[in-house]
Design a protein around this ligand. Structure first.
Ligand code: SAH
Length: 297
């Protein structure tokens, strides 16, 4: 653990944000557990993929991600899709994120680009650009935009980095990550969510994302090690397989804590010698990491 090195203004903002989470239901948990979110995953609709080259490789299956060339081999150039619809609302959302003190341009640009309204259930489309979490079915949520931005920033992704996300949910965070690298791997334990997210990402043109249905506690050893790991569900302890799959010099952001207690968003860093250290970034509230698919027996 090192001492926090953020200026007081940042800590103050983090404190305010944490307080908002604590009282507003935060990033993951449904506001009223007695009223679970809709049982249906977000509808993908039947819209054809956008007319762009990236959407051409739309043959990847949920469990069979698009093949990527072996490391070291030349990759096709990758540019994430661009969307103009509801741009003004995204601009407003980004101004809100800036107001919290996040100023890193590449992160703001990614948040300005990804059409969040495509990742939320149609019935909640009007709220898509509010700075709050929204239910996506199966008791799960799409995270608050500020948290998506801050977690992305903390990963410190360099071009071409290999990143693993645990908790695909809607696929929104994964789409944001493609603005930094084409090497995005994401795992989701709820089968129908994994399937819907894989389809949605391909339909929108984020087809470089490899989605796998499975327990992210175990990570994705066949694709590791990773430069960065982002966990979007809370665990009591940092899963040892994920630490193992983090490269030397790699960074992991992960909410740690129980579902009914205040959780801490932790930054875990593995140094070049392989030594691991961690520090708390802020208080957050995420849905818990599950060990089995609740939709399967
Ligand atoms: N990142 C998502 C939001 C995540 S909500 C987005 O951008 O929309 C957390 C997600 O983690 C939920 O979808 C939940 O089903 C999933 N999850 C919970 N336990 C998991 C596990 N062990 N492995 C993979 N995913 C898990």
């Amino acid at each position: 653990m090192s001492r926090p090195r953020w200026p007081p203004s940042v800590l103050l903002v983090a404190g305010i944000v944490a307080a908002v989470f604590a009282f507003a239901g935060g990033c993951g948990a449904a506001e009223d557990p007695a009223k679970p979110a809709s049982d249906e995953p977000a509808q993908d609709g039947a819209a054809p993929p956008p007319d762009q080259a990236n959407a051409a490789a739309a043959d990847a299956q949920t469990d069979k991600p698009a093949e990527k060339p072996p490391e070291g081999q030349a990759e096709k150039p990758w540019a994430p899709p661009a969307f103009t619809e509801r741009r003004a609302e995204r601009d407003r959302m980004v101004r809100q994120i800036q107001a919290y003190g996040l100023t890193e341009k590449p992160v703001l640009e990614a948040m300005r680009s990804v059409p969040r309204h495509e990742f939320v259930p149609e019935a909640l489309s009007r709220q898509a650009y509010d700075d709050g979490p929204l239910p996506i079915g199966y008791g799960q949520t799409i995270s608050q935009p500020y948290i998506v931005a801050e977690m992305t920033r903390q990963l410190g992704l360099e071009a071409g980095a290999k990143v693993l996300e645990i908790g695909t949910g809607s696929g929104y965070q994964a789409a944001v990550l493609t603005h930094f690298t084409r090497n995005v791997y994401t795992m989701e334990i709820v089968g129908p969510l994994a399937e819907a997210a894989g389809k949605r990402l391909r339909r929108l043109g984020y087809d470089v994302v490899a989605v796998r249905h499975g327990d992210g506690y175990e990570g994705w050893p066949e694709k590791g090690p990773f430069d960065a790991i982002i966990v979007t569900c809370a665990t009591g302890q940092i899963p040892p397989p994920l630490i193992k799959q983090l490269k030397a010099g790699g960074r992991m952001v992960i909410p740690v804590g129980g579902p009914f207690s205040i959780q801490r968003l932790m930054l875990v860093v593995k140094d070049e010698a392989g030594d691991v250290s961690s520090r708390s970034l802020m208080a957050v509230q995420f849905v818990p990491l599950l060990r089995r698919d609740p939709t399967r027996d």
